[in-house]
Design a protein around this ligand. Structure first.
Ligand SMILES: NC(=O)c1ccc[n+]([C@@H]2O[C@H](COP(=O)([O-])OP(=O)(O)OC[C@H]3O[C@@H](n4cnc5c(N)ncnc54)[C@H](OP(=O)(O)O)[C@@H]3O)[C@@H](O)[C@H]2O)c1
Length: 331
């Protein structure tokens, strides 16, 4: 494989002409240095990509950068002997579209330390339907399992269930043997949520409580929403259950009492996908390619776009209109 003299990338600027993003023609030397040159096949759209691409959240720490926190593709050239031309690989998070050029480009130049060889059992396409969203959902389960979560604690709640992380959590948790209760603001999507593994679908208001503790309805869960939803979920979690906090789609605030912690021994686990240690990243991807591989990836992949389709998807996502995952096909 050879590299072309120029290629297309979706790049983000913030300078005296303001915050802006769009398609540009770049050369390889316009990208950050890195040992591994990759021909990108797929990327995906995560909430963080929408914040970065529109400037509605402070994601990039330097400018300009190519957007896209995920990518999967084949090695074109490598200065690190671990990787050879033609090897399939993936990267999620790891500073992409934050401190380094990301995956919304036909070519990427990467630091070998962040690259994960594509595990057997996943295609490049499947790895990007999963992307950061699937990795985050699986990392939440990994942390809950490490802290002794079992199906016997009771059903796992998933908030923001129709979103990317939410949909994949519903599928992964049910595949791993847990009963899943999906919490969603989109009542019309109940059949979709049931088709991907939820045994019950509840409206956002179904959890609402002002009391520090309620009767225990859930064994634990994954929260993508933050604020009152997370507080309510913790108040309704069974003794020694775990709640993983991954998102802030509604609010970054957490206003609660310590009662669930000191009376029920409930644990609140943080999930930060971007900076996960390499050994854990490898273990989580092995599970995603194996016994936790979602059964409904085709149903969860609700949109497939090219780089030119990114701005419209960002707007829908920031308006709370997400539904499943958006795959970005490149090259
Ligand atoms: N910690 C990490 O490493 C990590 C990694 C990936 C993502 N995240 C975070 O996780 C969250 C979900 O990410 P995503 O990529 O799955 O986004 P997404 O596809 O846009 O999904 C977000 C979902 O949250 C729900 N929601 C949106 N606005 C809401 C509101 N105002 N109140 C209550 N629910 C609301 C909606 O689901 P329903 O309509 O079904 O309720 C929506 O589909 C984001 O906050 C993102 O920043 C964190």
């Amino acid at each position: 494989m050879s590299t072309p003299s120029t290629f297309t990338a979706f790049r983000i600027h913030n300078d005296d002409r303001g915050y802006r993003s769009g398609l540009e023609t770049l050369a390889l030397d316009d990208l950050n240095p890195g040992e591994v040159v990759v021909k990108v096949a797929y990327s995906s759209v995560n909430f963080k990509d929408a914040l970065a691409g529109t400037g509605k959240g402070k994601i990039l720490r330097r400018f300009p950068l190519v957007g896209g926190i995920d990518l999967a593709g084949h090695v074109v050239a490598s200065g690190d002997p671990t990787f050879r031309e033609g090897d399939p690989l993936l990267v999620t998070g790891s500073g992409l579209s934050e401190t380094r050029d990301g995956g919304y480009a036909e070519y990427a130049r990467l630091s070998a330390q962040w690259v994960i060889p594509l595990p057997d059992g996943l295609s490049l396409r499947e790895s990007m339907i999963l992307g950061t969203a699937g990795f985050t959902a699986a990392l939440a389960l990994y942390r809950m399992r490490e802290n002794r979560q079992t199906p016997e604690h009771g059903p796992l709640a998933v908030t923001g269930a129709t979103g990317g992380v939410g949909s994949l959590a519903v599928d992964i948790f049910s595949k791993a043997g847990f009963e899943v209760h999906a919490i969603s603001g989109k009542a019309d999507q109940a059949p979709y949520l049931k088709s991907i593994g939820a045994s019950e679908v509840l409206g956002r208001e179904a959890l609402a409580t002002d009391r520090p503790m309620e009767s225990a309805r859930f064994g634990g869960g994954l929260d993508n929403v933050g604020g009152a939803m997370l507080t309510s979920l913790l108040a309704q979690t069974a003794p020694y259950g775990n709640v993983a906090s991954a998102g802030l789609a509604a609010s970054p605030q957490l206003d609660m009492t310590v009662m669930p912690f000191i009376i029920r021994g409930v644990s609140l686990l943080g999930v930060a996908s971007a900076g996960t240690a390499r050994d854990i990243r490898e273990s989580v991807w092995e599970r995603l390619a194996g016994d936790w591989k979602p059964r409904h990836l085709d149903a969860i992949c609700t949109r497939e776009i090219g780089l030119d389709g990114l701005p419209a998807v960002f707007e829908t996502m920031l308006d709370g209109g997400s539904f499943g995952r958006t795959l970005v096909k490149i090259g």
